[in-house]
Write a protein that binds this ligand. Structure first.
Ligand code: SF4
Ligand code: SF4
Length: 169
């Protein structure tokens, strides 16, 4: 347990301030030669580490069809209640049900990843995209097409090599 000294009397060296100044300067000098973490965004982009949880995508199967079967497991698990969908009859034989409407309100999403954990079809996934924004609230309510586009621009792992025009974000 620490002892609180009453009537602290500074030593002569404390009054001189030089040791404290030198100590502070040594910290400054040390940081001058350390690796810099400043990134000249947006010309230069910070690459997040593997496992980073960013914007959401809907995955496609090898034939390019949305993998989602509109089971609503993700919306049930969603902690922010920001996923909504409507199911319809799938236009292909491999599955019966397809999401005719699938929306995520990214204004409410907290990127917790619970939807990804809950999905039995590996159809919804968080991506490395952290640099998304919009000028209106409506533009941050992402529909099925937008979520599939997120798959298209991230599936090959080259999202950060793409231009802003390519990504549309
Ligand atoms: S990441 Fe979390 S908050 Fe966002 S849609 Fe998925 S479950 Fe909901
Ligand atoms: S994304 Fe997965 S959990 Fe959500 S409705 Fe589609 S298949 Fe079900």
């Amino acid at each position: 347990m620490g002892v609180v000294k009453d009537g602290y009397e500074p030593k002569w060296s404390d009054k001189f301030y030089l040791p404290a100044i030198l100590k502070g300067m040594s910290v400054t000098l040390k940081h001058l030669f350390m690796k810099k973490y400043t990134v000249q965004y947006p010309e230069e982009k910070w690459i997040p580490p593997p496992g980073h949880q960013g914007a959401i995508r809907l995955n496609r199967d090898p034939e390019g069809r949305v993998k989602c079967v509109a089971c609503e497991m993700c919306s049930t698990a969603c902690t922010a209640n920001c996923i909504s969908m409507s199911a319809g009859v799938a236009p292909w034989d491999v599955r019966e049900i397809d999401p005719v409407r699938f929306e995520i309100d990214m204004l409410r999403c907290i990127l917790c990843g619970m939807c990804e954990e809950a999905c039995p079809e590996d159809a919804i996934q968080l991506t490395e995209i952290y640099d998304f924004s919009a000028y209106s609230r409506e533009d941050l309510i992402w529909d099925k097409e937008k979520l599939l586009k997120n798959y298209d621009i991230t599936a090959d792992g080259k999202y950060f090599e793409r231009s802003k025009e390519e990504t549309g974000l």
